[in-house]
Design a protein. Structure first.
Length: 283
């Protein structure tokens, strides 16, 4: 018996086809290196093509696999100091505890969360407590033979009220997967599918409808085609006429380039289109 995916990963295969590897509207750079003692360093940079604003962060992570503990520290260009401590399988089997902290020294703004993740055959549960705001979020997924049923609820301790509740069902196997989500207090519905057509071609689609807006259903379909072992192309289109395309190439081991474009087919003569570029370097 296997452990089901986390609640946020129900329908992930379909979502990745439609959203991942499209670096439109920005130039992104990621550099990741690993020291001989296992410490990982990562630098991220992002320049917005419209505003020219550059943001980024520097992150370091140390993991003691023998003891099941890791420490992560990050410093962002907005002067946020982020920290994360993870305890994995050292308190109890299948249990992971995370402490996430954020500090903005300029205004002494603080934030802290505790995540408790429990995995066991046929059940995957995550509980999050915001230590300063008093928000508690719990989601859980039960799964068997590829079938998934999950739910999520958020509760504010200070107000004594349930602030959000969602649910999802799905089925997943190697060749295909389907999922239905009911979010925003069961007012926003999405249905998605993923299909591995063959070893080189994958396709997905999504339909979304909100009870709080007009009756129109938003549709989006996309595909991913592997050209060879080092390159693939992706394309997508939605009913608003936005066409997306991307090309990803592994130049050599550890060096990857990703180009993305989004074209508004209903405004071809206007400056409504976006182009983006992403570089990834790993040693």
């Amino acid at each position: 018996m296997s452990v089901p995916v986390a609640y946020n990963d129900i329908g992930k295969s379909a979502k990745d086809i439609l959203t991942k590897d499209y670096p439109v509207g920005a130039v992104k750079v990621e550099v990741k290196t690993v020291a001989p003692n296992g410490v990982t360093f990562k630098v991220n940079g992002n320049r917005d093509s419209k505003t020219g604003i550059i943001v980024g962060d520097l992150e370091s992570k140390y993991t003691d696999f023998k003891r099941g503990i890791s420490f992560t520290q990050a410093w962002t260009t907005s002067n946020h100091l982020n920290g994360k401590i993870e305890l994995d399988n050292n308190i109890a089997k299948g249990l992971k505890v995370e402490l996430l902290t954020t500090l903005l020294p300029s205004i002494n703004e603080k934030a802290a969360k505790v995540n408790v993740i429990h995995k066991q055959p046929n059940l995957h549960t995550i509980a999050t407590l915001d230590l300063f705001k008093g928000n508690v979020n719990v989601n859980s997924v039960a799964g068997r033979d590829g079938f998934l049923v999950g739910g999520e609820v958020s509760y504010n301790v200070n107000d004594g009220q349930i602030s959000r509740y969602n649910t999802a069902i799905g089925y997943s196997c190697r060749e295909y997967g389907v999922a239905v989500h009911a979010a925003n207090n069961l007012s926003f519905y999405t249905a998605s599918y993923y299909h591995r057509v063959n070893s080189n071609l994958e396709a997905s689609g999504k339909a979304a409808w909100s009870t709080q807006k007009e009756n129109a259903v938003a549709l989006e379909v996309g595909a991913k085609l592997f050209l060879d072992d080092s390159a693939f192309v992706k394309g997508k289109i939605n009913n608003a006429g936005i066409v997306g395309a991307s090309y990803t190439q592994l130049l050599r081991p550890g060096v990857k380039v990703n180009i993305g474009v989004a074209v508004d087919s209903s405004r071809l003569n206007e400056n409504a289109h976006k182009l983006g570029l992403a570089f990834t370097f790993n040693n």
